[in-house]
Design a protein around this ligand. Structure first.
Ligand SMILES: N[C@@H](CCC(=O)N[C@@H](CS)C(=O)NCC(=O)O)C(=O)O
Length: 205
């Protein structure tokens, strides 16, 4: 088995880094220097035509989009490790939260960043759009908090790759100026899951 992980620190690739660490499968980590635009090099574009990290190459097959990568790694390696449900209704629940993370809350986070982040030229900033995105994020985090009020982890009683995937994104909320402590269930869950060695490693370069 060969698994190559194209990574950049402080990026969406942190999600995949955490997932891989939890799985404990051997992988080769290749850092893509985004500032130097390594992502535009033809060899990388041949793997991911979008020129983005994370990208993995599993047995010579490239996989891109963090949600697709978590789903693929989960179904391939996660089931025997009790980190991902076998096919069936629990698997469907896992898929819901992973896709929700990227498509719903992830979309609102991207909107906020495009409207206000320092790396976006100031003439593209839009205070009203940023305010609307913040309100959407708060509503969506509220959904997560309500879910976590019923169970200690997103799929029930034990940690799964779904917690790593979604938690990796919610870990950014503090950096975006949200006070995580106001969502008590989310806060307790975040403290539980970010104490794991896999999270700590995922935050390293
Ligand atoms: N929807 C993609 C987003 C990936 C993404 O935006 N990656 C950024 C880093 S956070 C990137 O590689 N940017 C390089 C570029 O756009 O040139 C995913 O979830 O994998």
């Amino acid at each position: 088995m060969s698994l190559v992980f194209f990574h950049a620190p402080n990026s969406t690739a942190v999600i995949t880094h955490w997932v891989l660490e939890e799985l404990g499968v051997p992988y080769e980590k290749v850092n893509v220097d985004l500032k130097a635009r390594d992502q535009d090099k033809p060899a990388f574009r041949a793997l991911n035509p979008n020129g983005k990290v994370p990208t993995i190459v599993h047995d010579d097959i490239p996989v891109f989009e963090s949600a697709a990568i978590t789903l693929h790694l989960g179904e391939t390696f996660g089931v025997p490790r009790n980190l991902f449900p076998p096919p069936g209704t629990e698997r469907a629940r896992a898929m819901s939260w992973i896709v929700w993370c990227n498509v719903s809350i992830g979309e609102a986070v991207q909107r906020l960043q495009h409207a206000s982040a320092s790396y976006v030229p100031a003439d593209q900033h839009n205070a009203k759009a940023a305010e609307a995105a913040r309100a959407d994020i708060e509503r969506l985090v509220g959904i997560l908090d309500a879910q976590l009020a019923k169970r200690p982890y997103l799929l029930g009683e034990s940690f799964s790759l779904v917690d790593a995937h979604v938690g990796s994104l919610t870990a950014w909320l503090g950096m975006l100026g949200f006070d995580q402590a106001r969502w008590t269930h989310l806060d307790a869950w975040m403290k539980r899951i970010t104490a794991r060695p896999g999270y700590v490693t995922s935050m390293s370069p």
